[in-house]
Write a protein that binds this ligand. Sequence first.
Ligand code: NAD
Length: 488
Amino acid sequence: MSTPTEESVLASVPKQLFIGGQWRDASGGGTFAVDDPSTGRELVQVADATVEDGAAALDAAVAAQADWAATAPRDRGEILRSAFETIADRTDELALLMTLEMGKPLSESRAEIAYGSEFFRWFSEEAVRVAGRYSVAPNGATRLLTLKQPVGPCLMITPWNFPLAMGTRKIGPAIAAGCTMVVKPAGLTPLTMLWLAEVLRESGVPDGVLNVVTTKSTGEVMGPIIEDPRLRKLTFTGSTEVGRSLVEQSAKGLLRVSMELGGNAPFLVFGDADVDAAVDGAMLAKMRNIGEACTAANRFIVHESVAEEFGRKLAERMGSMTVGRGVDDDVEVGPLVDSSQRDTVAELVDDAVSAGAQVLTGGSVPEGEGWFYPPTVLAQVPTSARVRTEEIFGPVAPIFTFADEADALRMANDTEYGLVAYAFTQDYARAIRVYEGLETGMVGINQGIVSNPAAPFGGVKASGFGREGGAEGIEEYLETKYVGLGGL
Ligand code: NAD
């Protein structure tokens, strides 16, 4: 295949709805624009689904469910494996498309593709490992059989920050388990999911098993699907605010629900830490995806004895990163996804500075087009600053200091969120005390990245519930049925 160009990837990506195995326009013929965050200009128009299109997508998923559940696990797994291979073969094309719609540098897009496609390989292997149990009842009179069956038609709603991986973490296990689905990608970045739908179609996903609906009228189109009694599960990745309202809506049908919500990750650096290793970890935990990650370190909580050294070294590294349009070579930091995201980040920094924080690097909105914000390190941040409690979702590292371990743990847990925490220490006993004491679903010890398709990803508290990846990931798409065998 020839080298992909901006024009070629935008021309070839599907822009319609994918329903019942067919690409089709929205029923009202409507479309909406997808913009390039590095210029603010329109890239393409995609179909704007109506309530009727949403209903048609669910109809297709419901119609396909019984045959899909009866399809051999190996066949379902092979479809995922084939899609995994295709994504790997076409990484350059997808990376360019993803960078155009989302803004992140090509290197970040490639990293997401490697991570996101791995869910297909992982769940292609899990598809054939779903098992039940057989036991003798304690009184010996009956036999107890348990079996796993697919939950049924699922609705999947995904965010813009990882337009591939947030989808594959749901689609992979659903295909492996034998569930059909309607996927609603974020309006800011729908192209990656449309591209993926075509790859899955070519990989052999039967008609109706996967349906993709893009819409600007999200609540209006999703509401009737969520309330339809034929839907059996809702899985959502996005903000805590929207997640809360979706849990309320899903109560009506008592849906199985998985919620991957916001975060406010603490990054602890103890006095005994290897500071250079902590700075390396901080670069990953903060700057992966330009800080637009639910797992992004939001609060650097650093022992007072190493705070100056840590802040200085982190500011040197972050301040020397190359900012620019993600499609350009050597760019390490692209724009934020849209103007409102950039405004939020700028406001949080301004608030911290007016509360007394010291700017070590960055700190102001640059001139020119696009939604850029420079990598920023803030030292001596007072606890009254909004960055302590609010998700930043940008390249800003606020540093708070602590005096002892109990203090550090108390500060780390002082948040409504509980997705992930990071801790750097060379003291083994302290590491155990700390990871046991942190109120989060995930902890990175001496590492700045935890996401791994083979591990259960998910949060506690206002970061949600349910796990994606690992052996746990497929359980979210399976029901346990118990059969009592009597008459012995
Ligand atoms: P968002 O909540 O605004 O949107 C997420 C998705 O929900 C989008 O597809 C959006 O169109 C849809 N949506 C919005 N309103 C809806 C409604 N009323 N009914 C149904 N769907 C609706 O979040 P975002 O801005 O796209 O993503 C950023 C957020 O996602 C951050 O808070 C981040 O922490 C979180 N996130 C969490 C994880 C995780 O795994 N925990 C991963 C990535 C992102």
